[in-house]
Structures are given as C-alpha cells and as structure tokens.
Design a protein around this ligand. Structure first.
Ligand SMILES: NC(=O)c1ccc[n+]([C@@H]2O[C@H](COP(=O)([O-])OP(=O)(O)OC[C@H]3O[C@@H](n4cnc5c(N)ncnc54)[C@H](O)[C@@H]3O)[C@@H](O)[C@H]2O)c1
Length: 323
C-alpha cells in the first residue's frame, strides 16, 4: 500500500505509520506539527519515522487546500488514513476556532481529495465523545449520537455525517473509527495519564475531576493501530466502529495502577466535573470484533507500566512540562 496519513507526527498517527512502515508499506505523512502541546513530542516521533526509507513527510495545514493537494498528489496514495485533528475536549472551550478550522474545514479538504482521486479506502478518526450525554452503557454504534456535549464532539460527529453524505453521493469508501481514551508510549502530554505521571514525579497534587467518580475505557495504542489497519484492509461504504478495550476502568483504579508503576503515592485533589466532560465511557466492541476481527489484548495493568517505561526514558525529572 501507498498510504497518505494525516496526523503522522501525532500520537496515534506515529504508531500507525510505524506499523505500516514495518510491514513494508510506503507512508506519506502530513502534519502541521502545531504547538497545541509541546512539539518536542512530535519531533521525537518524526525522528523515529524518518529512520525508515519508505517514510516521506510534508509539513502543512489541513486548511491549506493547495498544500494538502500537492502533498496528496505527490503520494498518489492507494489508501488514506486521516488522523490529524484538533484533539482534546477541554481545550475546545477556550479555543473553539481551532476545532472548526482543523476538524470541519480540514476534514472537508481531505474528503474532497478522496472524492476526486478515489483511493481504495479512506479511514478517519472519530471519537467516543460523539455519544455525548447518552446514558445507555456500554456505548454501541446503534445508540443515538444526537447530543454531543462539547464542540470537539460536535466536530467529530459532523465528520461522520459529512462522510456519510459523500459515501451516499459519490459511492466512495469511508470508515469512521470511534477511539476510546487511547494511551501508551509516545502518548499525549495533554491527557490525564501523562499529566498525572508528570505531576506525581514532581511531587505535585493531581486534579481528580468529578471527585474521582469517572469511568473510562482505556485503550492501549497497539490495539487501536490493529483496529485501524483492519479497517483499512476492508473498504466499506459508511462504516462506523467503536474501537475501545471493552472494559470499564474507574479513574481511581487507573490512578492505583499508575502509583504502582511509578512507585509514587498520588496526592489527589478532588474537584467537580469539568464542562464538556462525560462521566463514563465504555465501548461495546462487538461490531469491530465480528466484522474487523478486532481483538484488543492489553489491559491497563500491562499498558500503564509500558507507558511509564517510555515516559521515564524520554522524560527525566528535571525536564519541565508546561501544558
Ligand atoms: N488519543 C485519544 O484518546 C483519542 C480519542 C478519540 C479520538 N482521537 C482522535 O484520533 C486522532 C489522533 O489523535 P492523537 O491522540 O494522535 O492526537 P495528536 O494531537 O497527538 O495528533 C494529531 C496531529 O494532528 C496534527 N494537526 C492538528 N491540526 C492540524 C491541522 N489543522 N493541519 C495539519 N495537522 C494538524 C497535530 O500537529 C498532531 O500531530 C484525532 O483525530 C483525535 O481527535 C484520539
């Protein structure tokens, strides 16, 4: 395959690119390497990818239709994976415009290229946040997604709707993957696991929202990559899948496992629920299991120590962490 992969300097994009390159495929990465979080983490990912001769990279914005098109045409991809986006629920409250431009305008630009050039498959990142205030658990693809509670979620839901209309009108293959709280080595410094580890190492309090009464379906990044590659191999007209671990993990249990992995007791500051946050996410993964052969293997007891091993290798105590 010759894969055009947006978001290749990002956490999930990096792991996906690396897996494809290791299998001998060619990857053309596209990413703005923006500073939403410290670009140091994006540079260390790109450094690894650049060791593969079959990796090519263009730096650019999704919103820059000309730059995007130039990079796309230089690749002539057989497959497209679209993972670049403005991520994060909480940041969407302070910076709404970043979400509209990256996730709505940017999504439209990539989808137009797919419509014009018709690669064999187009797979894109959606999110568990599309379930919004749905209280039926675990979340199933058959549940309603009519009530997103953050702008981030609304943009991801919009991607699914726009992709559906393109599939219907132009018969192009599209599959949206609803990721559930992804973590692992090379992970995102804006996410709770990383933030907690950094604060605990510095002897600071960790903010525990909704007084600890939160549940997440933490999904190890290698399992997510396996799901992305399985979806890529199976073009569908308007596919939508949950990709989670399929487990309910209380936030306080995640903190316990982190304490063990770090060998540090957390000093917890219990706080109210933050605007835009969902109290519980858990995935019904039956569809992905049956149709994609998706089979997530890694629980937090294995995955969190692997994350900490990486974290400690790149992140000496002296390195300050800003975001
Ligand atoms: N990590 C998770 O838990 C999670 C959960 C649900 C959905 N997702 C989705 O999965 C995808 C990948 O997430 P991630 O965790 O790897 O995030 P990430 O922030 O590490 O990666 C996203 C990459 O996209 C790039 N990017 C952002 N806006 C861009 C733009 N306008 N033009 C070009 N490049 C741009 C960034 O520089 C970044 O490298 C995203 O679409 C995200 O919304 C992630």
């Amino acid at each position: 395959m010759k894969v055009f992969l947006t978001g290749s300097a990002g956490f999930i994009g990096f792991h996906t690119a690396k897996a494809l390159l290791e299998q001998g495929h060619t990857v053309h990465g596209y990413d703005s390497v923006n500073s939403y979080y410290d670009p140091f983490y994006k540079e260390i990912r790109l450094k690894v990818l650049r060791t593969f001769p079959n990796f090519h990279f263009a730096k650019g914005l999704l919103e820059d239709a000309t730059a995007l098109s130039t990079a796309y045409l230089a690749c002539e991809p057989t497959h497209v994976i679209h993972l670049a986006a403005q991520a994060g629920v909480r940041y969407s409250i302070e910076n709404p415009h970043a979400y509209i431009s990256s996730n709505i305008v940017g999504f439209q630009n990539i989808l137009e290229l797919v419509r014009q050039h018709r690669p064999e498959n187009f797979v894109y990142a959606s999110s568990s946040s599309v379930y919004g205030s749905n209280t039926q658990l675990p979340f199933s693809e058959s549940h309603t997604t009519a009530s997103p509670i953050s702008l981030y979620a609304a943009t991801k839901l919009s991607n699914e709707l726009v992709a559906h209309s393109y599939t219907h009108l132009y018969k192009i293959p599209t599959t949206g993957l609803r990721f559930f709280t992804v973590y692992g080595p090379y992970g995102r410094p804006d996410m709770a696991l990383f933030q907690f580890a950094a604060r605990m190492e510095r002897g600071e309090k960790i903010p525990v929202f909704n007084h600890g009464q939160m549940v997440r379906d933490f999904t190890y990044v290698d399992d997510i990559v396996a799901g992305i590659l399985a979806a890529l191999a199976k073009p569908e007209q308007g596919g939508i899948y949950n990709l989670g671990r399929g487990n309910r993990e209380p936030l306080l249990r995640m903190i316990e496992v982190l304490e063990q992995a770090l060998g540090i007791q957390a000093d917890k500051e219990f706080l109210p629920l933050q605007a835009g946050d969902v109290v519980e996410t858990s995935a019904d993964i039956t569809n992905a299991q049956e149709k994609l052969g998706y089979d997530p293997q890694t629980g937090i007891e294995v995955g969190i120590p692997r994350f900490i091993e990486w974290y400690r290798s790149v992140h000496p105590r002296s390195l300050t962490f800003t975001k």
